[in-house]
Design a protein around this ligand. Structure first.
Ligand code: NAP
Length: 382
């Protein structure tokens, strides 16, 4: 797939386009389109996991970056990437051939790529990411460990790209850590951002229906999730409540000032493969008509002038049907980088209610981290 502008990324679903077509070249790509410069080597930490595999898939034909190094636990280290996976590759595209043959590095091993994408298990991400940042690497992380650190940007480029300035306050010897939100929080915040900008959001009640792939691999046992709904995801509700306020907060002299929005979240795991669906009720600070509300969502195009390859042309898509969005039908919109909103209607308790849906391992994880790195590369920060 040709990429390089928001429009080309949006043109057709990447998964359908690349299904079954492995990359045959073992050499790094020879040309890129970022100011005419060659693609840059990047490393994926936690490359064998659910999110790590998405990184490998999404970076396969990326115009600015190519995967030069992969890292996972000691049990994978020393094997080729394909051997380490040993049948755990769970995507419908094939493992890119050039990456399949890369030798997996172990935790702490020296890396030469300037940009590291991290989808490490949270039990090890904290220390390892810091250690690599201290060695001068820029770590774009999915893991929860540093998201709420006062000097670590928690960024959605469409919403709060000014927060990347926090990187200047980090003391990592030239390196740094940048994070993207929790996979459920990002769907909520993408939908709230234009409403907050136009009318101010006062309070939010959100109930989530979260895909099983959000729990990693092997994740929730099949006998627990099939034909069932589990009304608990450890640590998820506080993440939605606090991350929302950091992302929608303002840069202050002592870090981010919370947006002060009262958020009440109830999170559920459902037997859906990919895609977090969320039922949201919202109270606004200023009155809004239904027409104004829909216009704010539809006109949300904050990255129009930034040529970031992974940025969807239409980050929010509003559907009019009574029964959309649905994970199976809408999750791959804009190659998994778009959030779909529907069922916008008055709420008898707060002001308005609606449903929002996003792809948890693309917009909610690997795609989000790649878009953040593109933002830094475009800003000349890496
Ligand atoms: P996962 O499938 O369990 O993968 C975990 C990865 O971490 C594997 O590559 C594993 O390598 C590696 N790892 C485990 N212990 C390690 C160690 N001691 N040293 C080095 N590497 C180690 O998990 P996941 O779902 O991809 O999630 C990864 C991270 O992203 C987590 O922090 C998670 O909270 C976050 N996240 C996940 C999602 C989602 O939708 N799944 C969304 C947003 C954020 P081995 O294969 O060698 O064990």
């Amino acid at each position: 797939m040709r990429r390089g502008t928001a429009q080309t990324y949006h043109e057709q679903p990447m998964l359908a386009k690349s299904r079954g077509t492995a990359t045959t070249s073992k050499r790094p790509p020879s040309k890129g389109t970022r100011n005419g410069s060659a693609p840059r080597a990047v490393a994926v930490l936690g490359a064998t996991g659910t999110v790590g595999q998405r990184f490998i898939q999404l970076l396969e034909s990326h115009p600015w970056f190519y995967v030069a190094e992969v890292l996972a636990s000691d049990q994978s280290a020393g094997k080729t990437y394909a051997e380490a996976l040993g049948g755990r590759w769970k995507l419908s595209t094939r493992i890119p051939e050039r990456v399949a043959g890369l030798k997996v590095k172990g935790p702490g091993e020296k890396l030469r790529s300037a940009i590291l994408f991290s989808s490490l298990d949270a039990s090890v991400a904290g220390e390892l990411e810091e250690s690599y940042a201290r060695q001068g690497h820029l770590v774009s992380s999915n893991s929860r460990n540093h998201r709420l650190d006062p000097w670590v940007p928690l960024v959605i480029p469409e919403v709060n790209r000014d927060h990347i300035e926090l990187l200047d306050k980090q003391s990592y010897n030239g390196g740094g850590i940048l994070t993207n939100p929790n996979c459920a929080a990002i769907v909520l915040v993408m939908a709230l951002a234009p409403l907050h900008r136009a009318f101010g959001v006062e309070s939010v009640i959100v109930t989530t229906f979260q895909a099983t792939s959000g729990a990693g691999y092997p994740g929730v046992p099949s006998l627990d999730i099939l034909g069932n709904v589990i009304p608990f995801i450890a640590g998820e509700e506080p993440k939605m409540e606090t991350e929302t306020n950091k992302i929608l907060g303002r840069m202050g002299s002592r870090g981010i000032e919370s947006a002060g929005i009262a958020v009440s979240a109830q999170c559920h795991r459902v037997p859906v493969l990919d895609g977090h669906l969320e039922a949201v009720s919202v109270k606004l600070k200023r009155k809004a008509s239904l027409k104004a509300l829909i216009a704010a969502l539809r006109e949300f195009r904050p990255l129009d002038r930034l040529p970031l390859p992974s940025a969807p042309a239409e980050p929010l898509h509003v559907r009019d049907e009574d029964d959309r969005p649905q994970p199976r039908l809408d999750v791959d919109r804009a190659s998994g980088m778009g959030v779909t909103v529907g069922r916008i209607r008055p709420c008898a308790v707060l002001d308005w209610k609606f449903d929002a849906l996003g792809h948890n391992t693309i917009r909610g994880a690997a795609g989000a981290a790649i878009l953040n790195a593109e933002l830094l590369a475009h800003a000349g920060r890496v």
